[in-house]
Each structure stands twice: as C-alpha cells, then as structure tokens.
Write a new protein. Sequence first.
Lengths: 278, 290
Amino acid sequence: MTWGIARYEMKMQLRSLVFWLALGLIGLFFYSELVSEPMGEVQAVHRYQENPEGAKKFWSPEAIEQFASLGANGFDPTTEANRFADRMQIVFAFGLLFTTGFMLERDRLTRSRETLAAHPVSSREYILGKYLGAVVPMLVASAAAVAAVIMVHFYANAQLEQSSQWLPFVRAWGLLLVPTVIYGGAVVMALTALFSRAAAAIPVYLAYEVVGGVAPIAKQILGIWMWVARTETLRYDIWSEGLGTLLINRGLYLALSVVLVAVAMWAYDRRLRRGDVA
Amino acid sequence: MIKVMNLRKTYRGGVRALDGISLTIPVGLYGLLGPNGAGKTTFLRILATLLAPDEGQIEVFGCDASRQAADVRRMLGYLPQEFGAYPTLTVTEYLDYMAILSGIKSAAERRSRIYSVLGMVRLTEKAKSATRSLSGGMRRRLGVAQALLGDPKLLIVDEPTAGLDPEERVNLRNLLADLARDRVVLLSTHIVEDVSQVAPVLAVLQQGHIKYVGSVSDLLRRADGQVWTATVDDLTAAQLRTRHALVGSVRTVHGQQVRMVAASAPVPGAAPASPTLEDAYVALMGGAGV
C-alpha cells in the first residue's frame, strides 16, 4: 500500500506548480553558481582576472560563452564535486520546504482529510507513502543535477585535454546530497505533521536551517554557538575531518531521518485520534 | 446491523453535540434527519471511527468501533459533507488511489471496481477528465463512487444530494435505494424530500437528542389532523406566519394559498390536508426551522 500511495503522491508532485517552481529556483542557483565563479578558489582568481565582467553577468551571452568554456584553467574533480554538493545541499534543503511541506497541506487544502481518514490505511503506511512521494522526485532531481555537473566537468576538462573523473561527483552526491535530501524531507514531514497548518512549520524550519542546519556561515556571521554548532557531526557542510567523521555524520542524519518520519507518523495518528479531520 | 448505545460527545468549549443517542440500524436505507447543528455530522463521524465518543458504544456488524476501528473501516464507505478530491488527478487516477487506500491490492480488481462504480454514478464518460474539471454535481457523484469502491457493508452518506440538480438527485436517491438491498445505507440530510422518497425508516435528531425513531408511515400518522390549507389575504397570512408553522405559500388571484401545521384549524374555513413527510417533520420539530 505504501508504494501505491507514494506513486500517486509522486504523480501529483510532478503535476504541481510548486514542485517545478522549487526546481526552477534550484536550477537558477545551480546555474548562477556554475557561471558566476569557476570551480575551485584558485581557479576563481585566474578566471576573475581574465574576465571579471562576464563572470558576474550570468544571463549575458558572454556568461553563457564562459559557461561553455568552464575550466579554462583546469579543475580538480574532488574540489569541484565537494563544492557542488555543498552548495546543492543548501538549495535542496530550502527546495524541500516547498515540496515536502505541501504533502500533508494538500489534504487540508483540497478538503480530502475526512475522506482519507475513513479508509483502512494506517498512519504509518500513509505518512511513509507521502514521504517517499516527496523525497524520491527530489532525489531524482539531485541525480539529474549531478549528471549535469559531470557533463560540464568532462566537457570543460576535455577542452584543456585534461583528465576528468566522475567518481568524486557521485561520491559527493551519495555522501552529502542524498542524506541531506532524506533528512531535510523528514524534518519538514515531521514539522508539518506536528502543526495542523504547513504555514506554521515554515518559520520553524527556516530558523532551524539557518541557525543550526545548512548554513554554518550564518553561525559564524551571527556568532551563534548552539550545541549543534559545536558538534562537528551535526551539520550539513563538508568541513568534516575525514571520511570516517563524514560517514558518522551522514549515518546520524539517516538515523535521525527514521526518527523524524516516525515522529510524523505519531503526530498524524494523534491528529486522527483527536478527530482533527476537517 | 449497527447498534449504537448511549452515545455522548461534548466538544471543547462545552458544546454538547450528542447526548445519549441509542439506535439500532438494520440493513436497508436508514434516514437521518435534523436541522443544521442537530449533531448529525458528529454522529456520522463517530460511526465512521473518525471521532471518539466521550461515552457510549457502537457495534458495526459485531465489531466494536472503538476497539476494532480498522475492521470497521474495512466495511465502511463514507461520503463526508465536505468532499474534496485531488484536483491534479484524473477521475480514474483518483479512484485508483482511493482503491489502494481501501486495501484493494490487485490492479486488475481495482480497475474493474473503478469502472463498475463509475457506471453506477454515471461518470464513465468523465473517466479520463481531471477531477478539477468536474461540476459540483459530478464531484458529488465522484464522492459516492469513492465510497462504493470497497463494496462496503456500511455506506454513510452525509448530505449526498447537496448541489445536485433535480435529475441527479433522483438518480442518486434511486442508486442509494438500490444499494440498500444488501447493506446498511445511512443517509443523513436536512432535505426531508430525500428521505421521504427512499427511506422506510428514519431517526430525527435535535440538539443532540433523538426526537423520533421509527417508520416514515408512523411519523406521517402522527401528523394526521395537524396539516391545514386555506386561502387568506396578505394580512392574515402574515399573522398566521407568526403563530403557526407555514410550510407552503402560493399567491393566487384570490389571495395567498397557505399550508400550515397547527393542532386545530388556524382560521375559519381552513381545510385539513394529508400530511407529507415534510409536514410531519415540521410538526414533530414544533415548527422549528420554519
């Protein structure tokens, strides 16, 4: 039953304007990131020295031309891949708010709650189906993004007759972006199940992401030191000490995702038991 | 058979929605009448296991509704008063989704059930249309279709004819009467005509209490001698309106022809009339809501 629910939730997701707007925004960030500065800080200096104007105007023909000739100074695949995954974590974390956040809200807006609640489906199956319906399309979108980056990387380095690698990108995607999407989706699902309206969950999620989640830079700027800020293993970024720490970090996120989806199931079940179906 | 014993429900804020309801609902079409706010929807939600009562017990075909809610839902088809469908799905996609939620695992079985219920509610030609493109009446019929998917032993329909045109109302009433041959169909409405045409038995709710339980014919008998017609001038009609429950008023060349419920002849020359269920309902409610 869970997969049946997920299938239709995905179908609705793919037909939803909100989903495509979120993806459009992600794409815009992605494009601006690629074009406005080259991959890798050392290369960025060279690049800006060569063409500072074109680098800034990322919609201009010059920028597109520059986009096509990315890697004029050669890119290090590992640096590129990590940078890609790092930035994409942030934009996907915000994109998830609009896609996953709408899953339970849709039932309220379409006045479907009462009809759905009268069916012999458990909260466990229903929430899991909704969660998968939200997260799987985002994972596919992230896979498409990494595929695009790999193509750009291969193309750019081919211009310079330098070797390219796809593995660092896939590794960065699998270790950084995938757990972030799984975890971010679970956070949004839990919040929207706890609050009866998704709008109430938005500020909580944004506050969490800005202060404690995806933007350690915000913590640095604001000088906020919460327990999450001091804990190396509890943040989305890539500044981990090594692969071991990173794996622990990602493992924790995946474990937390399971807990959060369970919280969403419990909250949804409690809501049904209270008769909150209108 | 459904047995409801001493059901009570009070909402936060102290609104007492149900106050000791006891009913036995046999197989067949059972009408539930009452004015807005009588507690009908609360009663139906409790029966559908969507809301827990404060007190009381419900037995649905031998299952305790509070302890075996999942079993009751497997036997249930439910059309809520406010029915909404996912607008981006087509009619068949929506019904397929609801069939999955009803626990029908086989895709072939789901497909067969979907086209069967679409035929019942006369929506087959809209099978591939998006639900958002359906008119209000069609959407209501879609609501009935989704309630029928699991071939339920208990079908609860809350105000099913709201928003339907006269032809659709007749069709839906006939469908419900047809379905009631081998299951319990509980039809809740405030439109007396819907019940009068198809339900042999009914209960009337008022302010959380049962005001009447019994057959339609008994209720009609109770109103014998209480329904009058007369042709009066405008002034008399206005006076009658303040003293009695006027259930009809037609302007003719001789004045206003009024139909009213009163214990005795309200004006000289008033003629007794055979009561309809609407008259009997108004007489029962003491003119409330008229």
